[in-house]
Design a protein around this ligand. Structure first.
Ligand SMILES: Cc1cc2nc3c(=O)[nH]c(=O)nc-3n(C[C@H](O)[C@H](O)[C@H](O)COP(=O)(O)OP(=O)(O)OC[C@H]3O[C@@H](n4cnc5c(N)ncnc54)[C@H](O)[C@@H]3O)c2cc1C
Length: 457
């Protein structure tokens, strides 16, 4: 039960840490503990027919298991320092980009070949956006698609199997400092290691908070992003998505000066439920395979909120809003834009009348009873702004699903190697509050693996 390195969490951060350790120091004894299931056993019971909404599985197959929250994601690997995390603040912009490119190459070698990379460089849309007070962020994005992303994970798992000890359905309970290393307790058994990499993602936020409290690791509160997921006919955004795939656009509202931004654009995709610690929110994804695509495009519109004094719990604020939507709608609420601006709820009848078919079965309702006025006003203003670059966005039948919340873990104090105040204890990926994307989380895994491997020279 003694390992050189124990990795907690098999999301992109944990997987790429294990991968890089095996590339650099194959002799090292490495174990990965994952609360969720093995990839092939990850199955969300919602089938849209017999089971229509979240039944609160003990381990959520969407968020947990080999591949982490990224397993059924759209597989959009954004290669940029402009969004997706602040890894560059620790390791520098150049190195962060190099590591993201390195991860991209590994994905290509493991089944992602043939997928397209889109870039904002030289695009005419930048001008069009600026002319309409919208700001297009710079990025290159590889779209693997939910289907290819899965194949890549299968192949990386095959590579790691036999080299690394995997423990599934194995939630780590605690980490203790022990004899110059760490004692990791899981299901009443203690495993020891010299170095420990913690990569527990957003689903592990509460656990991470507890560990930081127990070990007195300093943290600071992070922001929360709150908003809706917009769904409209794919044709409305086709000119943008065909060229850029995903456009991250930021708008500053005239009414309050708040920033609203588009996030996670899924051309011809589907809107899905997301379960974070029992709270049902909304997300989206899309497939690379044309046979699996829909006629709609979806994306999030989000407003960031960061509380510091006297109230500090930004995530708690986001959770309360999400709980309200769960209370009123039994889960996610959907509303037609036309109903929202006329101050009336959407009903099943009004939804049936719409010229768009929703890709998620949500409860027709009234988002103005859920979202704070300031946030909702900002979202409405942004929809009208987007209508100028993508006419049809402010159509009555545009669907708004709520709420979408992006919870960010509190930021753990770490050094440039992502090592906390205890030597050999590394906190990476979304669980560290530093990253919030596939590419940044994966790059953080490679970064610590190299730092550890260098010490074994
Ligand atoms: C539906 C959806 C779509 C998304 N689409 C995209 C996208 O297209 N592009 C993008 O860049 N990002 C996307 N994201 C975000 C992306 O998936 C995350 O940023 C990324 O997965 C973070 O990686 P991670 O390794 O830090 O954490 P995670 O992927 O969250 O993995 C953490 C793992 O740790 C495990 N764990 C937690 N606590 C414990 C414990 N105590 N013991 C053992 N194991 C534990 C969890 O079960 C989980 O498997 C999406 C997320 C979702 C939910």
């Amino acid at each position: 039960m003694k390992y050189d390195v124990i990795i907690i969490g098999a999301g992109p951060g944990g997987i790429f840490a294990a991968y890089e350790l095996m590339q650099r120091r194959p002799v090292m004894k490495v174990a990965v503990f994952e609360a969720g299931h093995e990839l092939k056993n990850r199955r969300c019971p919602i089938d849209g027919e017999r089971i229509k909404s979240c039944v609160g599985c003990k381990s959520c197959s969407i968020m947990s298991g080999f591949g982490g929250a990224g397993a059924f994601s759209d597989g959009k690997y954004n290669i940029t320092n402009d969004f997706g995390g602040t890894l560059f603040e620790y390791i520098g912009k150049k190195r962060a980009l190099e590591l993201m490119h390195y991860v991209d190459e590994i994905n290509l070698k493991h089944g992602g070949e043939g997928t397209r990379i889109y870039t904002t460089a030289g695009t005419r849309f930048k001008t069009l956006c600026i002319q309409n007070d919208l700001h297009l962020l710079d990025a290159s994005v590889r779209h693997l698609g939910t289907d290819k992303n899965y194949v890549v994970l299968e192949n990386i798992y095959s590579y790691l199997m036999g080299k690394v000890d995997f423990f599934f359905e194995a939630p780590v309970d605690s980490i203790e400092i022990f004899d110059g290393g760490y004692a990791v307790k899981c299901r009443d058994t203690v495993y020891r290691c010299e170095k420990c990499i913690v990569s527990v993602g957003r689903i592990g936020s509460k656990w991470m908070e507890r560990v930081c409290n127990e070990l007195k690791i300093p943290t600071k509160s992070n922001r929360v992003d709150i908003g809706v997921r917009v769904e409209l006919p794919a044709a409305v955004f086709a000119h943008l998505t065909d060229e850029l795939y995903e456009s991250k656009i930021v708008y500053r509202t005239q009414q309050y000066g708040d920033k609203v931004r588009t996030f996670c654009m899924d051309p011809k995709g589907a809107v899905v439920n997301e379960n974070t610690n029992g709270i049902i929110t909304v997300n989206g994804h899309s497939y690379e395979d044309p046979a699996l695509q829909t006629e709609n495009t979806n994306f999030a519109l989000l407003v960031s909120k960061h509380f510091s004094e006297p109230f500090k719990d930004s995530n708690g604020y986001g959770e309360s809003i999400a709980r309200l939507s769960n209370m009123l709608g039994g889960g996610v609420i959907v509303q037609r834009f036309g109903d929202l601006i006329r101050g009336r709820r959407s009903t099943p009848g009004r939804m049936d009348d719409a010229f768009i078919t929703p890709t998620l079965q949500a409860t027709p309702g009234d988002l103005s009873l859920v979202l704070p006025k300031r946030i909702l006003d900002g979202i409405i203003e942004m929809i009208y702004a987007l209508d100028k670059v993508a006419p049809g966005t402010a159509n009555d039948d545009t669907l708004l699903y709520g709420v979408e919340v992006k919870f960010y873990n509190m930021e753990v104090e770490v050094n440039n190697d992502l090592e906390c105040l205890y030597k050999g204890l590394y906190i990476i990926g979304d669980g560290s509050g530093i990253t919030h994307s596939l590419s940044h989380a994966s790059a953080s895994g490679v970064h610590v693996a190299r730092a550890i491997a260098d010490q074994y020279r």
